[in-house]
Design a protein around this ligand. Structure first.
Ligand SMILES: *Cc1c(COP(=O)(O)O)cnc(C)c1O
Length: 394
């Protein structure tokens, strides 16, 4: 069935990438551990060298384990092909390095994932690539320069969750001859189809919802058909590839992505609604809540929400958060998100954003990842935590 676009996304997730020549009569493709691939004849070797996509060639080019994952990702978007990277950040770096060169200008959203920002401010700068940050929601047209090669966006933004008008952004960028790159980790291709909305290069950290169990790091990138050949060649030049065991874990996660995300969405929304009514909570930054920045765009362009959002407390200091977080029974503190478990993380924006500085007022900002637990238990855990917080700040 592999290329049948008439099937619904949930159906495609189950069947994508399971070619009989890769699975050999079992349900899942085997995990091939391979560097060297061997050829029996000179003619066979020469044929593979001429066309490395004709079969096994060398481990860095993947085996049926990685190919099955790439093909499955391709069908979700849909996209011509996909490349795997050893982490989400490697996918971001690889995509930027594949399209930019010395002397280029990059327009970057101010609400971007912080390590992406550091990459621009340090490594890209050292390579002679200049980055300008734009406020999420700003009209980018006046910021585009003759040498602006790319606009990089993330929607919703990391930590603050502003949803942007991607089709409008793409129109402005394309008019000026710039490409649009997007980090689509929050929604995945299941809830936001980046390429059909005008994005040229879509990257995602599979580490989050696709792997879904907090046990592997992996990234992926895909592009429009026009860009693919050059993009893939550049990624090969840099030597990016992904381990077969991690590809297998991502493939396993992908099969249940639709049911997991629906539950993350429902649980996250229930917790967000409850937090909105809590006296210690000043605001909840969740794209699916009416009044959130970009809520109407989320409604127009997205088909769901994941379980990651933030809340700002009304009063108190960061140190007071110990009263809230230290005694939680279900929410643990930790970086990353997208696994089956709930997480809580105090975050700081002071000094990070430059185009659209976060107002230094109100209480601390806290990021929440709502897992697959029963939402009533999660609410009870937060309720007790916020009671302790109230007592600590008064
Ligand atoms: C986590 C994350 C990444 C990086 O993924 P890793 O696999 O941890 O390197 C990139 N972008 C966004 C939006 C993320 O949340």
């Amino acid at each position: 069935m592999s290329n049948d676009e008439n099937f619904a996304p949930a159906t495609r997730l189950i069947h994508a990438g399971r070619r009989p020549e890769w699975t050999h009569g079992v349900v899942n493709p085997p995990v091939y551990h391979a560097s060297t691939c061997i050829f029996d004849t000179l003619a066979e070797m020469d044929a593979r060298v001429r066309d490395p996509s004709s079969g096994l060639y060398y481990g860095r080019r993947g085996t049926p384990t990685q190919w099955a994952l790439e093909e499955a990702l391709t069908q979700m978007e849909p996209a011509p092909a996909a490349k795997l990277f050893p982490s989400g950040l490697a996918a971001v770096a690889g995509a930027l390095l594949a399209v930019l060169k010395c002397g280029d200008h990059l327009l970057m959203v101010d609400s971007v994932y912080e390590p992406t920002r550091t990459l621009c401010d340090r490594r890209l700068k050292a390579l002679g690539i200049e980055t300008t940050y734009y406020a999420p929601g700003a009209d980018i047209a006046p910021l585009l320069r003759p040498n602006t090669r790319a606009v990089f966006t993330e929607s919703p933004g990391s930590l603050t969750f502003e949803v942007q008008d991607i089709p409008a952004l793409a129109e402005a960028a394309h008019k000026a001859g710039a490409l649009v790159l997007m980090d689509n980790t929050w929604a995945t291709s299941l809830y936001f189809k980046a390429l059909p909305h005008g994005v040229d290069v879509m990257v995602q950290a599979l580490t989050k919802y696709v792997v879904g169990h907090s046990d592997a790091l992996l990234g992926a990138a895909t592009t429009t058909p026009e860009l693919w050949k050059d993009f893939a060649a550049a990624v090969h030049n840099f030597g990016y590839c992904a381990a077969p065991d991690d590809a297998m874990l991502a493939l396993r996660g992908l099969r249940t992505l639709d049911v997991r995300l629906a539950r993350h969405h429902a649980n996250g929304f229930a917790v967000a609604r409850w937090l909105e009514g809590h006296p210690e909570v000043a605001r909840v930054l969740h794209p699916a809540l009416p009044g959130a920045p970009g809520h109407a765009l989320w409604q127009r362009d997205f088909s769901g929400a994941s379980g990651l959002f933030a809340m700002q407390l009304r009063r108190g200091e960061r140190a007071d958060l110990a009263a809230l977080v230290d005694g939680l029974k279900l929410f643990k503190m930790g970086f990353s998100w997208g696994g089956y478990e709930s997480l809580i993380l105090p975050v700081r924006l002071a000094g990070i954003r430059t185009a659209d500085p976060w107002p230094d007022e109100g209480g601390p900002l806290v990021r929440l990842h709502i897992g697959l637990e029963d939402p009533a238990d999660l609410i009870a855990d937060l309720d007790a935590g916020l009671q302790r917080y109230s007592a600590a700040v008064t």
